[in-house]
Design a protein around this ligand. Structure first.
Ligand SMILES: Cc1cc2nc3c(=O)[nH]c(=O)nc-3n(C[C@H](O)[C@H](O)[C@H](O)COP(=O)(O)O)c2cc1C
Length: 292
């Protein structure tokens, strides 16, 4: 019997759609599946490329997960599927506004209820907080997360900050100054996403989604960098304080956003390298004491 998949996604740059195309059109083929797509579209599209002000302006609402109006969700996708793939990206360590808005709709509740959900993330390199938010919502609706694929920019943290800023503010995904690596998920990683289908396809066909998460982990689908996870945890707390304050005092929003930006730049330039160094020291101490 044909298995049905619903792919729910939002993408500004097209990167996440490229990942999905590579995942769902693998060299081994995907015969036996019928795939529907639901692209999440805000009523007022978010800008791309961004200006500095526009980019900063979505910070408080992203962190506090304030919903934005979306275009209607077609009735045709509000039915049972054998697998739902939810592809999203973090904005300020939270799910992007279009995705968090979708997650708050009654249609999302209906779609996720009792469903198996595979998440696919395309991020710079900090996605764990956003994933935790999405997981909580899906499970709150009675859905099951049966696996997660998170593709990231593999460049060092500071390098990827510079190159993503270049990409998001110019719209160009090429080498900044001809020197830096191209921003975002690499073409090689996008092209290699099809290998995950070799685990997903048979798991869906044989109704064996229970073991999929572990199989995907073994394939390196969502590698965790301890140093970045530590940094992200701390940053999320600070982001929540700033976002709350900015929403509560709208009169000086512009000034507060600029202060937040100043702190962000300081944290990236000073705290992030210290954190990476700490990570290296902890790793070598663990190695010396025989821990893995
Ligand atoms: C406003 C904004 C905030 C972002 N914040 C994060 C973040 O916190 N962590 C991260 O890894 N990537 C972050 N990114 C990068 C996106 O997750 C995503 O990888 C990139 O924007 C590609 O966009 P697309 O998936 O919409 O095509 C951010 C991007 C934008 C536009």
């Amino acid at each position: 019997m044909i298995k049905t998949i619903l792919v729910i996604f939002y993408t500004q740059t097209g990167q996440l759609k490229q990942v999905l195309d590579s995942l769902l059109r693998p060299p081994c083929g995907n015969a036996g599946f019928s795939i529907d797509y639901l692209e999440i579209k805000p009523q007022t599209p978010f800008p791309f490329p961004w200006t500095r002000r526009e980019f900063l302006d979505v910070f408080p609402e992203s962190v506090m997960e304030k919903p934005a109006p979306l275009q209607p969700i077609p009735q045709t996708v509000q039915r049972r599927y054998d697998l739902i793939i939810l592809a999203f990206q973090p904005w300020y360590l939270s799910p992007s506004i279009p995705i968090s808005s979708f997650l708050k709709t009654p249609e999302a509740e209906k779609i996720f209820q009792g469903s198996d959900v595979l998440t696919v993330i395309g991020a710079r390199n900090m996605w764990q907080g956003a994933f935790a938010c999405v997981k909580e919502k899906v499970e709150g609706y009675g859905g099951r997360i049966c696996g997660n694929i998170a593709l990231v920019d593999r460049a060092p943290n500071l390098v990827s900050v510079i190159t993503i800023a270049y990409w998001l503010f110019t719209g160009k995904k090429n080498k900044f100054l001809g020197l830096f690596p191209p921003p975002g998920v690499s073409e090689a990683d996008i092209a290699a996403a099809g290998r995950f289908w070799e685990a997903i396809g048979p798991a869906v066909l044989n109704n064996r989604l229970d073991g999929l998460d572990e199989t995907l982990r073994n394939l390196g689908a969502a590698e965790i960098n301890d140093a970045l996870a530590r940094l992200e945890n701390r940053a999320r707390k600070v982001f929540t304080l700033w976002a709350n304050l900015i929403i509560k005092v709208p009169k000086i929003r512009g000034m507060l956003l600029n202060l937040f930006l100043a702190e962000l730049v300081f944290a990236l330039a000073v705290i992030s390298p210290i954190n990476s160094l700490l990570g290296v020291i902890i790793k070598s101490l663990r190695r010396k004491s025989g821990e893995c």
